[in-house]
Design a protein around this ligand. Sequence first.
Ligand code: BEZ
Length: 254
Amino acid sequence: MTWNSMQYDNNFSFVSAYGRDVVELLSARPGERVLDLGCGTGDLAAAIAADGVVVHGVDGDAAMIRTAVAKYGDTPGGPTFAVADGHAFTVDAPFDAVFSNAALHWMRRPDDVLARVHAALVPGGRFVAEMGASRNVAVLIEGLRDAGAELAPDVRVEPPWYFPSTAEYATRLEHAGFEVRTTAYFARPTAFAPGDTAADWWRMFGPSVLAAFPADVHGPLLARVDELVRDRLLGPDGIWYGDYARLRFAAVRR
Ligand code: BEZ
């Protein structure tokens, strides 16, 4: 999909904000070389590089990389960036660690991704990441399915994401040649920007899903989604919360 990287930074900056915990788990040391896989607009790559770490960020979306370069490309000692597909990238020299936040669930062939990450690491190199896990955004998806069934029953809602269970992903890591050091599964209700609703989330993250519906249905469809999920996602503080479920892990290349 093609991203609106400006709106991503303005209204969906929680993606990077929550990633700070994953940066802590990475604990990169000055001088280490780290690959940020799915770096988006580069905020976390820049945060890691600020500690004297050599960071290269890659993302499959050219608009994201353009924004990352515009924001951080001139920072002395800052990250470098390139467009690359997580399923198929190669590196010139292996990295001490691969880091990834909120990106792996966009990559639908996890074994291909893990093979590339393995090849990108030195032996003993770390793979530290967080991604959407099983049941991630289940209410948001159910809301769209139910609204779609009412307003356009012939359209199939097919979310483009891969949300594995902890056991499934740990097994894949082991098969790919990693030793799994830690895994954590947790629910993390995620506050949207003030005024944003489930409809805004779908507009930002699900245009490929919405594209299956006739354009004149989008408005009523998203209004109905908001009605159907409001009691589950609208908090007492007037803020909407996405029903995020995370898988966070640290593994090392055997
Ligand atoms: C997530 O970070 O869990 C996520 C973001 C956008 C779409 C789907 C999942």
